[in-house]
Write a protein that binds this ligand. Sequence first.
Ligand SMILES: Nc1ncnc2c1ncn2[C@@H]1O[C@H](COP(=O)(O)OP(=O)(O)O)[C@@H](O)[C@H]1O
Ligand SMILES: [Mg+2]
Length: 257
Amino acid sequence: MTRIIGILSGKGGVGKTTTVANLGTALASHYKKSVIIVDCNITTSHLSLYLGMYYSPVTLNQVLTGKAKIHEAIYDYHVPGLRVIPASLSLKDLRGVDVSRLSKVIRKLTDEADIVLLDAAPGMGREAMSTMRASDEVLFISTPFVPSTMDIIKCHQVALEVGTKPLGVVINMVGKERYELSKDEVEQLAELSVVSTIPMDKNVLRSLALKTPVVSFDSTSPASRAFYELAGKLIGEKYVQESFFSRLFRLFGGGRK
Ligand SMILES: Nc1ncnc2c1ncn2[C@@H]1O[C@H](COP(=O)(O)OP(=O)(O)O)[C@@H](O)[C@H]1O
Ligand SMILES: [Mg+2]
């Protein structure tokens, strides 16, 4: 049974695309799941840039204009088990895109993978709403500040109206500063449970410059550990960190974990 999980937020720049790229990689590489990640942020698509995929002849745009089938827009990533459906990086490919078709085309991925992760546009406009409707479950991304948490309240209400199951909130870019909202405060404000907190971590930005998810770039960095744990929680498995010697053997001994 394929789980279709939307990654949404009210505010932009809070870490949706980062979460999709890293959860997808962690679920495939560490938990051996078959995963498809989809860039549903059609107007400002970024997912392929985060993964170093600059040229894709068929994208979700062609699928949503009716010129291609969804299966023609699926690409293998170099992480075994992880596949990507990118959106076009070109402005001209926005012509004729009908986002109301998203739900129908995403349903065609049922039985294609264990998990499908949808990277949404921010807010509650047509693009984000189409992603919400295409999702069976939804994970909200916020930061430890009032504006992004307040936006989650609205997203949550809309999810309930649409009939999408809320999985909770991920608080990203946590710096443990006194002026940040605590996990309890976010839970009280948003009336949702906090599934995970992801620390502010410079390695996320370093990995972005290298066009690779941080969980692949440095699997022991604080954000990577948090993403591995979050991936485990989503599928009900406990994250057991790879031992130093096993990592050494995998990196230099030629074996795959
Ligand atoms: N935990 C983190 N630590 C540091 N930088 C982060 C973290 N999460 C995301 N970022 C950075 O924040 C920026 C916005 O993230 P992004 O995933 O594109 O947000 P969204 O998709 O919600 O617009 C990117 O430059 C990303 O590298
Ligand atoms: Mg994004």
